[in-house]
Design a binder for this molecule. Structure first.
Ligand code: ZN
Length: 185
């Protein structure tokens, strides 16, 4: 019998340590000599083209892909663990792709923002969270009051949902301190 696959989601706001936690799980799988592939959306090139890098500078090799459909052909039969960073940027098809991989026996670990800057569900995240076996919500720290933060405050006036910012463009905020405007007063 082949191994039983599963879907694990690691989510939270900006600065909650999602990528750090993804890389921690990936590292442990590599210690166990399991074959691992990590993907990231092509849109995310803020630090490195072919790596996933945390704000702290920890990194791993990653394959940049433009659409979730590319994942299936890039995961060989010996791959036991698939990591996906910034999964919120992928199309809705990513849910079916993760299901397909898990059904094949792959352990799929997805990290991403559960909410966009207004506090609304981000892209495919609600559906991924629903079908996942395991979900971890990591809290950040609210920069205003020090409480646990679940929201990402946008500090500039950029349009759209795209969320590829460095530390300068966003702040972790709690529910109370989130200001539902694009520009701070
Ligand atoms: Zn707060």
């Amino acid at each position: 019998m082949t191994a039983m696959g599963c879907i694990e989601i690691v989510c939270g706001s900006m600065f909650s340590g999602k990528t750090e936690e993804l890389l921690r799980r990936v590292k442990r799988a590599k210690y166990a000599r399991l074959q691992v592939v990590v993907f990231k959306p092509k849109v995310d090139d803020r630090y490195d083209e072919v790596k996933v890098v945390t704000h702290e500078g920890v990194s791993t090799e990653a394959v940049p892909i433009a659409s979730s459909g590319e994942m299936l052909s890039l995961v060989g039969p010996n791959v036991a663990v698939v990591g996906v960073d910034e999964v919120q940027f992928f199309d809705d098809g990513v849910v079916e792709v993760c299901e397909e991989l898990a059904n094949r026996g792959v352990r799929v670990i997805c990290a991403g923002l559960d909410q966009e800057y207004r506090g609304m569900p981000f892209g495919p995240m609600p559906r991924l969270l629903a079908v996942a076996e395991y979900a971890t919500k990591l809290p950040a720290v609210c920069v205003r009051c020090g409480a646990e933060a679940s929201r990402s405050q946008r500090l500039d006036a950029m349009e759209g949902q795209l969320f590829v910012g460095g530390a300068a463009a966003y702040e972790a905020r709690c529910r109370r301190c989130l200001v539902a405007r694009a520009v701070e007063p």
